[in-house]
Design a binder for this molecule. Structure first.
Ligand code: ATP
Ligand code: MG
Length: 411
């Protein structure tokens, strides 16, 4: 990528307004578009859905499939640089775009993140630098590899190598028989078997790396999942022990550097019992893009993860972000629209808007809704960032919010 910055509000070499493009029109694309527009860029989105959250607010929306030659050609005509908002964008499409425009992250980096087998091999390769390794695992691609899986990986979790998200494409197994049945059930596609680890907690780290190799990291996020989906992120003093946080940051920087990565990268970690009364860190997976656990940066940091992505893509400076307020992020899933009076969702029930007025009456609450036209249980509809003057205050507000929304209390 060229090191010459693409300055916002300027005419580009194409003789047009400086325009940043994004493959994918979901909520991450939408918040990228919002950050780019706030800085004065024009934006273009490629997403086949005519009502995609990002497409709805972008200057240009190209609604072709991701691998459509004409769609990709239009995106290149419109844009001065292009990024992606989801890792399952076809890697060949990014390769095509990358031949003509700066693309960050590169198709090679996205290809590694798309495949758990390659991803884990990359983590293992980075281990000697940071001392952080993935959980013990084995790749299962053939019946021979299945038969050769070491017994000490059980009990474990079988995960498809590609296309898993929010805990989908995963089966927990205790015995070899269950393992064989799980691989069958997953269609005998390439998988990994990962040893089931004694999780104490989960955390994640965002870094942003520029084309000049400069890399900055954000504070470490403590994450709580419900039913395999991120529910709560807390970022404040005491949320993650300082020694583990420093190791997680160093590991994430190593992972980004080793890939020659450009853009925002998020890496997820497990905190596990080390068997000696302490904790150890295990690297789980990475997302080659801004991440749900990084949404708190929008209201709690002097640079959001989306602005960082804009800066990295446009070749602008990347100063170290500073968190100016403790923060808690609450994910708003579609279930909330069905939860009136504590009633569980029924297909026949009409969605009801959650009590936003009461939530927004609490100080330091910041509502982000993604403009999705219909709520469905499990669908990510938005998130709520909570900021305040102290950790105690933020936790107190979060506790009230969770009661109002009918969600489980903080751990
Ligand atoms: P997403 O992309 O939404 O983060 P995913 O579907 O790619 O999720 P993972 O992050 O690999 O899946 O796993 C989902 C959750 O399952 C983890 O956050 C963790 O709670 C649990 N989990 C995954 N692997 C293990 C493991 N080896 N041991 C114990 N728990 C695990
Ligand atoms: Mg995950």
């Amino acid at each position: 990528m060229s090191l010459k910055p693409l300055l916002p509000g300027a005419l580009s070499d194409r003789g047009q307004q400086m325009t940043l493009g994004v493959m994918g029109g979901g909520q991450l694309g939408r918040m990228f578009v919002q950050a780019a527009q706030a800085m004065g860029y024009f934006t273009a989105v490629l997403d086949p859905d005519p009502a995609s959250p990002a497409g709805l607010i972008s200057h240009y929306h190209i609604d072709t499939p991701y691998d459509d030659e004409q769609g990709l050609a239009q995106l290149m005509q419109r844009c001065d640089a292009i990024t992606t908002e989801f890792e399952n964008v076809p890697a060949p499409a990014l390769l095509t775009l990358g031949a003509h425009r700066p693309v960050a992250p590169s198709s090679a980096c996205v290809a590694v993140a798309q495949d758990r087998i390659q991803e884990k091999a990359h983590f293992v390769a980075c281990g000697p630098i940071s001392g952080v390794y993935p959980a013990p695992y084995a790749a299962i691609e053939t019946p021979e590899l299945l038969a050769a899986v070491p017994a000490d990986l059980l009990p474990g979790i079988v995960k498809t190598a590609r296309l898993g998200y929010d805990g989908k494409g995963q089966i927990r197994v205790k015995t070899r028989e269950e393992l064989a049945a799980a691989w069958e059930q997953l269609g005998r596609v390439p998988c990994v078997l990962e040893k089931l680890m004694p999780l104490q907690s989960e955390c994640s780290v965002l870094v942003a790396r520029g084309a000049d190799g400069q890399v900055v990291s954000f504070p470490v996020q403590a994450n709580t999942h419900h039913d395999g989906i991120l529910a709560i992120t807390e970022v404040h003093e005491g949320a993650v022990p300082a020694d583990l946080a420093a190791r997680a940051q160093a590991s994430t920087v190593a992972i980004a550097n080793h890939l020659n990565y450009i853009g925002v990268l998020c890496v997820e970690y497990f905190v596990v019992d080390n068997g000696a009364g302490g904790s150890d860190l295990i690297v789980n997976e990475m997302a080659p893009r801004p991440h749900n656990s990084g949404h708190y940066t929008q209201n709690a940091c002097d640079m959001s993860q989306f602005e960082a992505q804009v800066r990295a893509l446009a070749g602008l400076p990347l100063p170290t972000p500073r968190q100016h307020s403790p923060a808690i992020m609450v994910n708003l899933l579609g279930d909330l629209w069905f939860n009136a009076n504590g009633v569980r969702p029924q297909a026949s029930e009409q969605p009801v808007s959650p009590p936003w007025a009461q939530v927004l009456a609490l100080p330091g609450t910041h509502l982000h809704l993604y403009g999705k036209l219909s709520a469905r249980p499990g669908r990510k509809m938005g998130h709520l960032n909570i900021t305040g003057g102290s950790v105690a205050q933020v936790r107190e507000t979060a506790a009230k919010v969770l009661v109002l929304l009918g969600l489980p209390p903080l751990a």
